[in-house]
Design a protein around this ligand. Structure first.
Ligand code: TXA
Ligand code: MG
Length: 316
């Protein structure tokens, strides 16, 4: 049984497992990650194998803070400003990779850039401190599936593939980090996420374009069909059709669904983000013909929520 409650003892054991080249699942404030020592190419290869990623997309490297991050990447003024505002927290920065930093090539998929993030979660921080290693960690789900926000989700996806699954309870934010590239001339938004676009724009004093690209170089992760339940989704639903389950939002909910779960009865986007992935999993298991999804306002965190729902709704 690889799920263990996260405490000083188990975090120490997990740090040793990472140092040995094993892979370990751990909680962050966004979603659970599947971690490997980022300096060890063989350990990183185990992460790709466990996820069954069809191709080697680059991974986010987790560090304790900016001082650690500077060993692996070059920071300019914009990067420093972003980090000072949002770290530790759910913002990943793609930066020019520092030469000779020892990060395994597989982590960055051969690119000359690296994605870094300092998580704001006490278990993740304790693990980084105990391991004294940079930890490469994608979300701890099989490729193309919904990201895990509970240790039980990781177990359902990966069973005993990780050496350990540290259980730190539900992830507070429930949606992955926002990914910004500051490796080029102007900052680019590569993935919508837990820090709303507008919040970042306010800090850097400029608008951010979302790179909706088919070119693997700019935003490799955008190519995959992510966050997918098996049951089809019908977005923007204002009614419930026969045989449908309902993913509701806000106080005014249509009746008639066999199963209905409300992301936030009060219409709070933060609460909705935190509940999103677990709710998609639960409704996927409800045996409905389809899942009707009520409209969600497309501002603030709503933009990332809608992004994940649109990806989930894409036909196989
Ligand atoms: O919240 C999160 O970010 C979670 C937790 C565990 O920290 N991690 C996560 O990792 O979502 P993953 O591997 O599922 O997503 C990494 C994203 C992908 O979209 C990938 O393409 C992008 O970051 N990425 C990583 N390195 C990159 C690089 N050098 N250039 C461009 N995009 C990069
Ligand atoms: Mg992922």
């Amino acid at each position: 049984m690889p799920v263990v409650p996260a405490n000083a003892q188990t975090i120490g054991d997990a740090a040793q497992a990472l140092a040995r080249g094993d892979i370990v699942a751990f909680p962050t404030e966004t979603v659970y990650g599947l971690g490997a020592n980022a300096l060890d190419g063989r350990a990183v290869a185990r992460v790709f194998a466990a996820k069954e990623r069809p191709r080697f997309n680059p991974l986010i490297v987790h560090v304790t803070d900016i001082a650690a991050a500077k060993r692996y990447a070059v920071f300019d003024a914009t990067a420093r400003k972003l980090v000072e505002s949002f770290w530790p927290g759910p913002l990943s920065l793609v930066l020019p990779k520092r030469e000779g930093s020892g990060i395994a090539e597989l982590v960055t998929a051969g690119l000359d850039t690296i994605a870094l993030r300092a998580p704001n979660h006490k278990v993740a921080q304790a693990l980084l401190a105990a391991a004294k290693l940079p930890i490469a960690a994608p979300s701890a789900n099989r490729s193309g599936r919904i990201s895990p926000t509970l240790a039980a989700h990781v177990e359902a996806e990966l069973d005993d593939i990780p050496a350990m699954i540290l259980d730190g309870g539900p992830c507070q934010l429930g949606i992955e980090s926002t990914v910004i590239s500051v490796a080029g001339r102007t900052p680019l938004l590569l993935r919508l996420g837990a820090v709303p676009r507008e919040t970042i724009e306010a800090v850097i004093g400029q608008k951010l374009a979302l790179v909706e690209t088919d070119t693997p170089i700019a935003a490799p992760g955008q190519l995959e069909r992510h966050y997918a339940p098996n049951t089809p989704l019908r977005l923007g639903a204002t009614d419930v059709r026969p045989g449908e389950a309902l993913l509701a939002f806000g106080p005014d909910v249509p009746s008639g669904a066999s199963t209905s779960i409300n992301l936030s009865p009060s219409g709070d986007l933060q609460e909705a983000a935190a509940n999103l992935f677990a709710t998609l999993r639960a409704l996927d298991d409800a045996g409905a013909r389809a899942i009707a999804v009520m409209p969600i306002p497309n501002s603030g965190l709503g933009e990332a929520i809608n992004d994940r729902l649109q990806r989930a709704a894409k036909a196989r």
